[in-house]
Write a protein that binds this ligand. Structure first.
Ligand code: 5RP
Length: 221
């Protein structure tokens, strides 16, 4: 029987739970794959010291399962590991993230973690980033100038309809970029005044990717 995408998400979520050390101080991402991870973690009975969530959505799901959620500012040590999905991941383990509009907190929590386990089904694995429209969280008054700069860079910016992030900002999705050098693109986009966070995760790339396919879960990195 062909596994559905939902089955692949559940399979990779379970593999991530199995990869966790006991009593981890955990960073938790956002999205449908992470929802599966949180559910699998709760069902496993594995002990977690506490979790820092990258979104209100994940914080609520963790709390519903009785997993202790703390704020990053309450900690005086790095998180053991950050677990999150991605919209695209390339062989060097740089990613596009932000399809769920949680990119800023995701990048912050990832940067405060000793490792990053990316959990995806194989549809997210690409040779080069950019087919998925790149999310960029911006200060509202900068939408015009940032959009014009993105056009000069070769992109087609579209403000995401009806979406405001947990931080109160709009998101621009940029179509048509060919992100051949993720580190350079991440830095170039960060340099535009008014950009809060861009969805290229090259400085905070994954240290391990778990990729679910019809033939099982494979590890990259
Ligand atoms: C949210 C994200 C998610 O990790 C990304 O959108 C993948 O989500 P899903 O697991 O639902 O496919 O970056 O901002």
């Amino acid at each position: 029987m062909e596994k559905t995408q939902q089955m692949l998400k559940e399979e990779v979520a379970l593999a991530a739970v199995q990869a966790l050390d006991d009593n981890a101080l955990l960073g938790v991402g956002t999205g449908s794959t992470v929802d599966c991870f949180i559910d699998a973690l709760a069902a496993s009975g594995k002990r977690v010291r506490a979790a820092v969530a990258s979104s209100n959505r994940s914080a609520e799901r963790l709390s519903r399962h009785g997993i202790a959620v703390v704020e990053l500012g309450q900690l005086d040590e790095p998180l053991s590991v950050y677990v999150d999905g991605a919209d695209e991941i390339e062989p060097g383990l740089a990613m596009i993230k932000g399809g769920g509009a949680a990119l800023t907190r995701e990048k912050i929590v990832a940067s405060a973690s000793l490792g990053f386990i990316c959990i995806v089904d194989e549809s997210k694995l690409v040779d080069q980033l950019g087919a998925f429209p790149l999310p960029i969280e911006v200060i509202e008054m900068a939408i015009g100038p940032v959009s014009r700069a993105l056009v000069v860079m070769g992109g087609r910016p579209v403000v995401r309809d009806g979406v405001i992030t947990d931080n109160g900002h709009p998101v621009i999705d940029v179509h048509g970029l060919r992100i051949d050098d993720p580190l350079a693109w991440e830095d170039r986009l960060n340099a535009l005044p008014g950009v809060v966070t861009n969805g290229v995760f090259a400085r905070q790339k994954a240290s391990l990717a778990l990729v679910a396919s019809q033939s099982g879960v494979r590890r990259l990195g």
